[in-house]
Design a binder for this molecule. Structure first.
Ligand SMILES: [Fe+2]
Ligand SMILES: [Fe+2]
Length: 182
């Protein structure tokens, strides 16, 4: 069974030479691919995790932990996406457009520091998920939903790693450089 979480983004961010692209193009890519995928996954994975825990919780107590970790992921990611979309990304776009950049946060380094901390927290939860599931090893009695949950979580992990890398390694340093040089 294929989990309905949209299509993970694949290797595109690093198949494309971002150094030559504007930060506006980077932001557009992040929004249209990673944020769309993440929103779809965080809507689909929690009910699936609850279903699997309901069916297999007694025989496989790790599914109780998986559900709790998925809930934490969603609770972290929803406000994170919103902060990027409503505060940081619009600021980066106005920096690049050379517009008057009035911000409530001083330098762009401040919201970036917050985003970096939140990325680390989410990576930590993904690490806990990988540990508690034995790297998504399915038990022999796993039903289709169980398989769909582990496949969905593994796809989600891969996409989130790429998402975080393009933000940490390309967008954030680019925004700091732009703010510094004007
Ligand atoms: Fe993001
Ligand atoms: Fe982010």
């Amino acid at each position: 069974m294929q989990i309905e979480t949209g299509t993970p983004v694949g290797e595109r961010p690093f198949g494309r030479s971002w150094e030559k692209e504007s930060l506006t193009a980077v932001v557009k890519f992040i929004l249209e691919t990673h944020h769309v995928y993440t929103r779809s996954a965080i809507a689909t994975l929690p009910p699936l995790a609850a279903k699997v825990r309901g069916r297999h919780g007694d025989a496989h107590p790790e599914t109780v932990v998986v559900e709790r970790l998925v809930t934490r992921l969603v609770e972290d990611l929803e406000p994170h996406l919103m902060k990027e979309e409503q505060i940081l990304f619009p600021y980066v776009l106005s920096l690049e457009a050379g517009a008057q950049t009035d911000s409530c946060f001083g330098t762009v380094r401040n919201p970036i520091r917050v985003m970096l901390g939140e990325h680390e927290a989410v990576e930590g939860i993904l690490g806990e998920l990988r540990a508690v599931t034995g790297s998504y090893a399915l038990p022999s009695d796993a039903c289709e939903s169980f398989q769909a949950l582990y496949t969905g979580l593994e796809d989600f992990e891969a996409d989130l790693h790429r998402h975080i890398r393009i933000e940490n390694d390309i967008l954030f340093p680019g925004a700091i450089a732009l703010e510094t040089t004007g």
